[in-house]
Design a protein around this ligand. Sequence first.
Ligand code: SF4
Length: 74
Amino acid sequence: MTCPYLDYRDADGEQEFDHERPYCEIQGSFVSPMEADLCNDRHDFDHEADCAVFQRHHLDADQLVPGLELQDAD
Ligand code: SF4
């Protein structure tokens, strides 16, 4: 299954490309063709297991900052 955050775009702002390029919606940037293999789960890749960007995006806020405890200021 392809990562749901993978898009293909044929332009970047005003610059148009002659072919579509892989774009990660979480990172807000284009990814390399090699990274797109991971995004497309090609060659035994699994984006849920192998992509740190995907994993960080799906972590709970508590897991993003280990050890941080929000305390009431009162
Ligand atoms: S870089 Fe990761 S999160 Fe972004 S589209 Fe590819 S697999 Fe998905």
